[in-house]
Design a protein around this ligand. Structure first.
Ligand code: ATP
Length: 219
């Protein structure tokens, strides 16, 4: 479970301080999926980065499974990112020199949580069986994102953070990938927080949050 309370974040810019998040609070239950919508510049990536530990809030608290993210040491963050938090990016971020099989097992191996039965289930669900021995560069965008989804879920993380995961895909492929992402997130019993510009993609998720003028509103 993820819970953040009274989070504020702003940036020093040449023309003064820019407040981006103003006292936002929210909660995502285990197994739940939440879309994060908002206009460009509204702070979607900022919020995702705070939860991923890529940036620090000015104020507020964040908890993941009762572990405080706000006071976490670098060592705790390393463990959280390896074992409990996965990231899925718009541009896949697969390792070009590793084959598909090694790419998709990488995070589970690093976490010491490789469950071959669950991996095989993901491979089948995501239609990757015939692709395991190829390199990422030989795959289409949709295929690469399916490998990235398998990699993010193979160790059943608590939380998957996705930043526009279908942003580089055509409309039909985006719909296919989104259906598979939701299906696999449910199979792993992970929670999903996904940034998107697309109301159509957000509709696949359980809940929708909107960021506007620094505030977070739910549909
Ligand atoms: N490191 C930074 N330093 C200064 N300003 C920043 C920094 N990161 C983000 N900002 C500013 O904070 C605001 C929110 O940015 P953010 O990337 O979170 O928005 P977003 O909703 O994800 O936008 P988009 O949909 O265009 O990706 C923007 O005005 C941006 O310029």
């Amino acid at each position: 479970m993820l819970r953040f309370t009274h989070l504020s974040k702003g940036y020093a810019q040449p023309d003064g301080f820019l407040p981006v998040l103003n006292d936002v609070s929210g909660e995502v239950a285990r197994g739940e999926s939440v879309a994060l919508l908002g206009e460009s510049g509204s702070g979607k990536s900022t919020l995702l980065h705070l939860v991923a530990g890529l940036d620090v809030p000015d104020h507020g608290t964040m908890l993941l499974n009762d572990i405080s993210l706000t006071d976490a040491s670098a060592q705790t963050w390393n463990r959280l990112r390896r074992e409990h938090i996965s990231l899925v990016f718009q541009d896949f971020h697969l390792i070009p020199t590793l084959n598909v099989d090694d790419n998709l097992k990488l995070q589970a191996r690093l976490a010491g949580q490789l469950d071959l039965d669950f991996c095989n289930q993901l491979i089948e669900r995501l239609g990757l069986t015939g692709l395991l021995h190829g390199l990422p560069g030989e795959l289409s965008g949709g295929q690469q994102q399916r490998v990235a989804i398998a990699r993010s879920l193979a160790h059943r993380p608590t939380l998957v953070l996705a930043d526009e995961p279908t942003g580089n895909l055509d409309e039909q492929t985006a719909q296919d990938v989104m259906t598979l992402l939701i299906d696999c997130v449910r199979a792993a019993n992970s929670s999903l927080l996904m940034v998107t510009h697309s109301p159509a993609m957000a509709a696949y998720l359980d809940r929708r949050w909107h960021l506007k003028a620094g505030e977070l509103h739910e549909d």
